[in-house]
Design a protein around this ligand. Structure first.
Ligand code: FE2
Length: 182
């Protein structure tokens, strides 16, 4: 599946002219289908297979998060690819109007930038001292993850995150997605 997704993402980066225009107009220094294609699971079979697997992962996440969802399970809302050449990144942001967000890592070449997660309490820390580098991960102001291809990372959509500038020679490729409630 990962090889198929890589092929699909790279072909989209070449063929999706509306997406290329969106990236240029929005200062995205690579390619994303975020602004141009909202039907990848319908359009290309590898994304359909991925969506089915993600549904299962997100259901487990919702259970472990203790969400009281009633009879409205979380549902895939949007899914898009990201192809970042060397030097490109995506500055800190959240995913509004969603409950669970995440990324599947498809290509993480040597020098690939990590996923940077930010402690959501930072704006409230008026006098808090910085944390020691050896403090537990859950106490750090920023957590850096470098997932391997095939790994999925899920988080609640309010969590601010960032892809710092990519340092690898070949593109850093990922598929990101949002799940909404009901
Ligand atoms: Fe994001």
């Amino acid at each position: 599946m990962i090889a198929d997704l890589e092929t699909a993402a790279l072909s989209l980066a070449v063929d999706d002219h509306a997406g290329q225009e969106w990236c240029a107009a929005n200062g995205y220094a690579g390619y994303t289908s975020y602004g141009s294609l909202n039907d990848l699971p319908w359009r290309m079979p590898p994304f359909k297979a991925l969506a089915k697997r993600l549904d299962a992962h997100v259901a487990v996440f919702a259970e472990q998060a203790g969400f009281a969802l009633g009879d409205r399970p979380l549902a895939l809302d949007s899914l898009w690819v990201n192809v970042l050449p060397k030097g490109a990144g995506h500055s800190g942001h959240i995913h509004p109007n969603s409950v669970v967000s995440g990324t599947l890592y498809v290509a993480m070449p040597k020098g690939a930038s990590p996923l940077k997660l930010e402690d959501p309490r930072l704006p409230l820390m008026m006098c808090a001292p910085p944390r020691r580098k050896d403090a537990a991960q859950a106490l750090q102001s920023f957590v850096y993850l470098t997932p391997a291809p095939g790994e999925v990372v899920l988080w609640e959509s309010w969590l601010r995150h960032e892809a710092p500038p990519h340092g690898g020679k070949s593109p850093r490729i990922s598929v990101s997605f949002n799940y909404r409630w009901g």
